[in-house]
Write a new protein. Structure first.
Length: 199
């Protein structure tokens, strides 16, 4: 199946939005962005960089601008997915196909493409976060050396997951309960959230 067929298939699975999404797709295809599929959704790239995504959900559909923070947004329509966490991505949401101003969408798309060509980009923060071991886990390490060895054999990300999960509980009893439930997983080299990955 070609990317184009995958995109059409994706849009046709959104019956309540499909007509408007087909029109949005036409707008995007009439730019220099290349259409591809990433994360199962239509994505439009420039020079190999993600610029715009098109998606439909139960209650809305819309466009995602990967570096939308740089868009001028004269009408104040762009949304930040998670205020304080999402640094670059912004979205245009529509809960009614009649809300879509295709001329305005094209202007946003062209500006996003131009920004990408100019290299405007928020770089991901790759600084290493300090690993803070909660006291109950430190104590367990002293009592069970194999736990300490297994813990430090985990990747830094998995170590942080466990340390945060145990340490963020307010009561010591809750921390001890979380430690007890986590011990077997740590000893087996399993990350706290491994069961949710690759689902």
């Amino acid at each position: 199946m070609t990317d184009s067929q995958k995109v059409l298939n994706y849009i046709d699975k959104q019956p309540q939005w499909s007509e408007a999404m087909h029109q949005l797709r036409e707008v995007l295809l009439n730019t220099e962005a290349l259409e591809t599929v990433k994360w199962g959704m239509p994505t439009y790239t420039v020079n190999g960089k993600n610029v715009i995504g098109l998606a439909g959900f139960k209650n809305h559909f819309g466009l995602w601008f990967f570096q939308g923070v740089f868009l001028s947004d004269p009408k104040g329509l762009l949304r930040n997915a998670q205020e304080g966490k999402t640094k670059a991505m912004r979205s245009l949401h529509f809960s009614d196909p009649l809300q879509v101003d295709y001329k305005l969408v094209k202007a946003y798309a062209l500006e996003a493409i131009e920004n990408q060509k100019l290299g405007k980009e928020v770089k991901a923060d790759r600084t290493k976060k300090e690993l803070l071991i909660p006291p109950v886990l430190e104590k367990a390490f002293k009592e069970q050396l194999s736990l300490k060895t297994a813990f430090y054999a985990l990747s830094p990300g998995k170590q942080r997951e466990y340390a945060t999960h145990i340490g963020e509980a307010k009561r010591e009893a809750t921390q001890l309960g979380r430690l007890e439930k986590s011990t077997a997983m740590i000893l087996n080299g399993v990350g706290l959230n491994d069961k949710y990955k690759n689902c």
